[in-house]
Design a protein around this ligand. Structure first.
Ligand SMILES: [Zn+2]
Length: 175
């Protein structure tokens, strides 16, 4: 996991800790639905670091992992990234699969999906509509919470977070 080492040598004005080793990307290795299906369904599922195809109650559900970036307000051109899963419909998943190794895939039109990862916010993040921007081969797609959302995650994606908040995410995620 990427970290920002030695970023701050002075103590934080919010908590007085020196945030010198902050994780810059956090997130689970499977969509939340993975834990809710039966063992038999998991045996039939496909799970890679980037894609999950999950039988669930007689349906097949499709997920991709993307990067939801929050600019860091106190460090120029750095950001904190939620590595989060998004549920796509079958047609969108087919388009992701068809262009997976295409060198021009970043030119694909954006897709829409719904967040499938519960992130540590007051309001639930699962089900939030997101726009999925395909990037070059090897890069996870970028996720944007739909414009107009009043969710705190949308606000933080637009306005950014400070180093204190980014340091807090690691604690919040594990509680
Ligand atoms: Zn702090």
């Amino acid at each position: 996991m990427a970290r920002l080492s030695g970023t701050s040598r002075t103590s934080c004005t919010t908590c007085e800790v020196v945030h010198s080793d902050v994780a810059t990307i956090l997130g689970p290795t499977a969509p939340d639905a993975w834990a809710r299906v039966s063992e038999g369904e998991r045996l039939e599922a496909e799970l890679t670091p980037d894609v999950c195809i999950l039988p669930s109650g007689g349906l097949i559900r499709y997920f991709v992992r993307g990067h939801l970036q929050l600019p860091l307000t106190d460090i120029a051109s750095e950001s904190f990234t939620w590595s989060a899963w998004v549920e796509l419909d079958e047609a969108s998943m087919r388009s992701v699969a068809c262009t997976w190794s295409d060198v021009n895939r970043a030119a694909s039109p954006p897709l829409t999906g719904r967040l499938a990862t519960e992130l540590p916010y007051q309001e639930p993040t699962s089900g939030l509509p997101v726009i999925v921007y395909t990037r070059d081969v090897g890069d996870a797609p970028l996720l944007m919470v739909s414009p107009g959302s009043s969710h705190e995650l949308a606000t933080e994606q637009r306005d950014g977070v400070d180093l204190h908040r980014a340091a807090e995410f690691a604690c919040l995620l594990h509680h």
